[in-house]
Write a protein that binds this ligand. Sequence first.
Ligand code: ADP
Ligand code: MG
Length: 296
Amino acid sequence: ATPTALMVGTGRGAQLGILIKGPEVLESTRRVDTVVLDKTGTITTGRMTLQEVYVTEDADEKQVLRLAGALEHASEHPVARAVAAGAEERAGVPLPSASAFENVPGLGVRGTVEGHEVLVGRARLLEEAGVALPDELAAPKTRAEEDGRTAVAVAWDGVARGVLTVADAVKETSAEAVRELRALGLTPVLLTGDNRTVAASVARRVGIDDAFVHAEVLPQDKVEVIKRLQAEGRAVAMVGDGVNDAAALATADLGLAMGTGTDAAIEAGDLTLVRGDLRVAADAIRLSRKTLSTIK
Ligand code: ADP
Ligand code: MG
């Protein structure tokens, strides 16, 4: 009866929009007591758009947009796409091309545009290059982050010139999903490479406790967060969508990939939530518990 019940569970999963790698996956789902959620693309839609543009007194807004947009054009990151598309639209002229482009995972991009050495990304990317953010840019950056928008700093030739903000909406179903996961006895945890303030704002909106927010985590360190939770004796499920989440999905006791996400995440996960609806993560846990109690 055991394999049959598992097969039935797998079939029921497909009806719910859950693709299960193998019937044995349902078994690892049973022990899970902690669910780690990626922010961008998992709790939020991941469809970011350019919002505000702040520039220093002596910088030209159009120039900030042109150079930042030119560089971000070469990146696939959701933040980069928002910057490139917004810059092209607002600058009203075609973007110049970039050379010596380099992607700095979890921090941003750098490269050469029209002879300028350009940096676009987190304030930390600039700091690491010895470029400070002046107060006139730090203040709007903080304000935007407190509202849950991601700030993107722009510098060239060693001087910070502007801050752009991009916004991404929390999915309508995310708060409900977190409530359901909690009702199943799971502890929800937020894991993101984004800024602490932005992460706290999103966590508050969906009902994740501040003590369980891990922000500004570099892509290679996401795995360490999972391992630390496991070392505390937790059985960890991870839900993610990005290339950056693949290693964490593979390390978790149970990896759930958003079907709307990248192939790398889907390949690394044990389950795929086909429609990218986080509530289905709760359905998956419920299904596996029900299937396994049928076997017992
Ligand atoms: P997440 O964990 O939220 O999916 P990432 O680890 O990919 O995010 O990136 C972390 C943060 O680094 C982003 O929120 C953004 O602030 C910044 N960042 C990464 N890549 C870029 C880029 N190409 N342009 C601007 N900012 C970037
Ligand atoms: Mg993501």
